[in-house]
Ligand binder design. Structure first.
Ligand code: SF4
Length: 1046
């Protein structure tokens, strides 16, 4: 089947001259490198060094440099484009600025006479400036990032100039070659990123010299589960998880003011980019006005949250908020936000990030090390604190050969996902290498990196090579910036040159794939790693119908499998049977960032229309790209017209069906499915398909490439063998097969070459920095301090800093504490801080009713994460939680020990608090496993929990507890509450000194009970830094005091 592969010819602009010059410069830089003393014993004097002062070079883009280099050159008033101006102008333009080719040009008109040019907006730094210019632009000239090196760094000896060809330097960098240690040459590239960060940030407090040594010795230390600190260069947020982070920053500003400090000192200390993308739903589809209608509904539902974030965009330095309707966080990151190499006040370092969305990993396809974390780690990182992480093993994934015609990047990622799942990569990095990697276009790499959570890895990393550089040029980053990126990465041995011989890195384990063996496929019906090749699809579907209910089964009796349910679809006769498609969605940054598959979808739509084949009207079709660039190249190619004709009209720029925001089905369809118990299907170009995620009524959900989404929509069923069965009958009365409408590789490449242009990226991202009509019209508070609305049930002033003193309170023990909860093993963060429905009799529901909120408007705990009142009540509110106090009864209740009364956990916690009584939690193994959630630590804090004594902790959750000032204690090996005979009805005392210097990380402490029992636990403050957080009452308190006294 002639399905195309991505053609990289378009983006492979030859930079032979520049790279050649860079190689020449490498020799000089290498010779220079041994002249510096190494903090470690030199293990070899001769090494192959790529360190290169690269060539073909210029400075930073003019617009980036002023902001990053702290030069007060930006005159805010000149640069301002007021909302009013924009509103007026926007009214003169089309309703969607992103769709109007004149829009970018019109913006530059506004800037006539301003101190920055239109091209300045091509950089995220420029965007940050404009985003915040409305209220506090003058502050934006100050960039006090915390990841640009430390004073007193013992590795300053390897700080090296990166020369520009033609004179001058780009800046200085911490040179890995100058560490002069042969072990570094064999490290996986991904580990070198951790090493560079540790070297640059070493201060012998947060990051120790011995941490650097641990990373250099990775081959020996990684199997031992050693922990290292990591300081990412920036943080990425989406709106669901971004709201609580901004709430905390706003509350910190209030607190510092109360303590006599300057509220404007509270800002992220590294760049934070927040993209509002998770809130849009496909309420309206297959209509020309769907985009506008869905945005209006989105704004209507979320105006409190959006107004709050809009305030944050202007109030905080180093924070960029990308408004709703602009794109999907990971595609925007890939196309625009990623710096790849920072030049910050003359210090060069690799881009790296943590994000509060699991698919943050998409950026690893661009050679930027990034992965998803929980809210407290993200907040700590944004406030300049190191993250503690286990030094990971790295699986080396060798790619050879080339994808054959007929295979898409989606087919490849589904194959890779299945292989890595089988191999077992949880907690590890995966690093791709081999000559096959050079055959993969950047967008294909990003698709593979995106699905790291599905194969279970922390990240799937593609080191930077010439393909990466070409993508940077395609996306409008500018030659000078790209040359600097190449020069730095070559000089620091972080660049792969496929043309040069090099020693293979050492990996923890190895896998390989010949790209030529990958076949067209989909994954489903319930899990992303259940891959099915297209040729086996029909047989697999029937096997799923037959098999008992499970991941690959629906348990439909044979005699019922052919049942047909007829219904009337708005006057048109219609029918549904098992396997019929009711949702077909071109969705998800996983695929919408890849022009080949998007244009491939357009060509399938076109060829089908030309043959007279159209998608049935009751199938809910949608197109939700991750950036306006997609709209532009579809329009340029003319393929948008055919997608519209097939029902794939633009519904929004956001996550939509990928995250389950697929909206309602037509009532006639949903009634037919429900009444006849039809196993209806969804086909989507997303990355997750667990039952219930896409839509409650689609029990079969298949992940597929965008062209296959269109093909299955045309067929109207997944019960089809595309090789032998026609998709439909053409207008000439002849059967039409998939092969008849599938574009050739050459066709896609041809369209892509003409339609995907660097100007589209520049124009799109110039436009989003100006917002859109609805965002600009949204009233939002202004000022350095947020005016909390006491009536809001979404955003609430949290109490974390209310009683905070100027000086740290010191350590604290626990005195005669009652046991709030007595848990067994495997209490997950979903038990502790559920994200789903608010049960109607729960404490949170009672609170909402007391605030006049209708039951239908309760929404979920997840959407109300900005309100501590809801989240405190929602803590431990999971209806499936098992607490030993209840002796077998399941649910969110406990025994209030003094009265022996059974009550909601929240109510018991409040009763203890009102009486001034400490509480602790007893738990089994793996306490806090599951997705990392800030609320799983914030909630117990708000309920007054002082310590958790567990058999073991999930790693991130333990550090989150520390971050909230809660004491984590582990029973001694072989002991737990049962073996020690603890019932939970005892009172617990843990004596700890106020002076934390008297506590040693990981030391033994004695726990005493009021019935005379004593047992020893290990205190799980694992580092001196964590003890400092404890001394201050939590990580945010620590940072706040640092800023107060600075
Ligand atoms: S489109 Fe899907 S994968 Fe991408 S950010 Fe949204 S929910 Fe996550």
């Amino acid at each position: 089947m002639p399905i195309n592969t991505y053609s990289s010819t378009l983006i492979r602009t030859s930079r032979a001259v520049s790279r050649g010059e860079a190689k020449k410069a490498a020799a000089a830089a290498a010779a220079n490198s041994t002249a510096f003393a190494s903090p470690f014993p030199a293990s070899s004097s001769s090494r192959a060094v790529h360190s290169a002062a690269a060539a073909g070079l210029g400075g930073l883009p003019a617009a980036v440099a002023p902001v990053l280099r702290s030069q007060p050159v930006v005159e805010a008033s000149k640069g301002l484009v007021s909302n009013l101006q924009l509103r007026l102008r926007s009214h003169l333009l089309a309703s969607s600025p992103l769709r109007n080719p004149n829009f970018a040009a019109s913006i530059s008109l506004y800037r006539a006479g301003s101190s920055f040019s239109a091209s300045s907006l091509a950089s995220p730094a420029g965007a940050r400036f404009v985003a915040a210019a409305g209220s506090a632009a003058s502050r934006l000239s100050i960039r006090d990032f915390s990841t640009m090196g430390s004073s007193g760094n013992p590795f300053d000896t390897v700080l090296t100039d990166l020369p520009k060809p033609g004179g001058g330097i780009y800046g200085k960098y911490y040179s890995l070659p100058k560490l002069n240690d042969k072990r570094i040459d064999k490290l996986p590239y991904s580990i070198r990123y951790l090493l560079e960060s540790a070297v640059r940030n070493c201060d012998n407090f947060q990051v120790l010299e011995k941490d650097v040594e641990k990373i250099i010795d990775w081959e020996k230390t990684s199997p031992q589960q050693v922990e290292i600190p990591f300081k990412p260069a920036r943080v990425l947020l989406q709106d669901f998880t971004g709201v609580p982070a901004v709430v905390d920053l706003a509350a910190m500003r209030d607190a510092i003011k109360r303590l006599g400090g300057d509220p404007t000192k509270i800002n992220p200390l590294i760049p934070v980019d927040l993209v509002i993308d998770h809130s849009v739903q496909v309420d309206v589809a297959r209509r020309p006005n769907a985009l506008k209608s869905n945005m209006e509904l989105e704004f209507g539902r979320n105006k409190e949250r959006f107004a709050f974030l809009k305030w944050g965009a202007t109030a905080f330095r180093n924070m960029l908020v990308v408004p709703p309707g602009s794109g999907i966080v990971h595609q925007v990151n890939l196309e625009y936000l990623a710096r790849v190499v920072f030049n910050n006040e003359g210090i060069l370092y690799p881009d790296s990030l943590v994000g509060t969305d699991s698919h943050t990993t998409m950026i690893d396809g661009l050679g930027v090390a990034g992965w998803g974390v929980g809210g407290i780690e993200a907040e700590a990182s944004m406030l300049g604190q190191p993250m503690s992480m286990v030094l990971p093993g790295v699986v080396g994934f060798k790619l050879t050969g080339k994808l054959k015609t007929g295979v898409t990047a989606t087919d490849l990622v589904l194959t890779v996902t299945q292989m890595l799942r089988k191999h077992g990569v949880v907690g590890k990095f995966v690093e791709f290498y081999g000559e096959g990697m050079g055959q993969l276009a950047l967008a294909d790499r990003a698709t593979i990196a995106n699905m790291s959570p599905e194969y279970g890895a922390t990240m799937g990393f593609f080191p930077v090579d010439s393909v990466t550089l070409d993508y940077l040029r395609l996306t409008g980053r500018g030659d000078e910036k790209v040359d600097m990126v190449e020069a730095y990465l070559r000089a620091n041995n972080l660049f792969i040159d496929h043309d040069e011989p090099h020693e293979e890195n050492v990996y923890s384990s190895y896998l390989s794939l010949d790209l030529n063996t990958v076949e067209p496929c989909v994954s489903g019906p319930k899990r992303p790693h259940d891959r099915v090749t297209l040729k086996e699809m029909k047989a697999d579907w029937h096997s799923c119908l037959d098999s008992k209910v499970g991941f690959k089964g629906f348990g439909i009796p044979k005699e019922e499998q052919g049942a047909v349910a007829k219904f009337d679809y708005h006057g048109e006769p219609a029918e549904l049977k098992h396997g019929d498609v009711v949702i077909a969605a071109i969705t998800s940054c996983t695929n919408t960032s890849n022009p080949t598959v998007m244009l491939g979808a357009g060509l399938v739509a076109k060829k089908a229309a030309e043959k007279g084949l159209f998608v049935k009207p009751w199938i809910k079709t949608s197109l939700a790209p991750g950036s306006g660039v997609v709209t532009k190249y579809l329009a340029e190619s003319g393929l948008n017209k055919y997608l519209d004709e097939q029902g794939f009209s633009l519904v929004g720029y956001g996550c939509t069906t990928c995250i389950g925001n697929s909206g309602e089905l037509d009532e006639t369809v949903s009634t037919t499915i429900a009444d006849n118990d039809i196993v209806a299907a969804a086909v989507l170009s997303g990355n997750r398909n667990f039952e219930g995620r896409v839509h409650p009524l689609t029990r079969a959900n298949y992940l597929a490439s965008p062209p296959l989404v269109v093909a299955y929509a045309l067929a109207g069923t997944v019960d089809i063998d595309f090789q032998t069965e026609p998709i439909g009958t053409g207008k000439d009365g002849n059967p039409v097969f998939l092969r008849d409408i599938w574009p050739t590789s050459e066709e896609i490449a041809e369209v892509e070459k003409k339609a995907v242009l660097p100007t589209m990226f520049r124009e799109t991202y110039e436009a989003i920095t100006k917002g859109n009509l609805m965002w600009n019209d949204l009233p939002a508070p202004e000022g350095d301090l947020y005016e909390w609305d006491p009536q809001s049930t979404y955003v609430h002033d949290p109490p974390f800093f209310k009683s905070m003193s100027k000086d740290p309170p010191g350590g604290h023990g626990v005195k005669d504490a009652f046991c709030l909860l007595n848990f067994g093993d495997s209490i997950t963060t979903d038990h502790i801080s559920p994200a789903g429905n608010i049960a109607k009799e729960s404490p949170a529901a009672k609170y909402l009713v007391s605030k006049g909120v209708d039951r239908k408007d309760f929404n979920s705990y997840g959407s109300r994460r900005g309100n501590d009142e809801i989240m405190a009540r929602g803590t431990f509110a999971n209806i499936r939680i098992v607490n030993k106090f209840l002796e077998g009864e399941v649910g969110p209740k406990t025994i209030h020990v003094p009265t022996k009364e059974k009550m909601f956990i929240y109510d018991a916690a409040m009763k203890y608090r009102e009486e001034g009584l400490d509480t602790i939690i007893l738990a089994g193994a793996e306490y806090g496993s599951g997705s990392s959630r800030d609320w799983a630590a914030k909630g117990p804090y708000l309920q007054g929990v002082k310590a958790v004594i567990a058999k073991s902790f999930e790693r991130i959750h333990r550090s989150n507890l520390v971050g909230m000032g809660i004491i984590p204690l582990c029973f001694k090996e072989g002991e737990d509450a049962e073996t020690l005979g603890l019932t939970g009805y005892e009172r617990y005392t843990i004596d700890l000194p106020t002076d934390v210097k008297e506590i040693k990380p990981g030391q033994d402490v004695v726990v005493k009970t009021d019935n005379g029992k004593e047992f020893t636990c290990v205190i799980r403050f694992d580092t001196a830094v964590e003890l400092t957080y404890f001394e201050h009452g939590g990580i945010l308190h620590y940072v706040l005091r640092q800023l107060l006294h600075s």
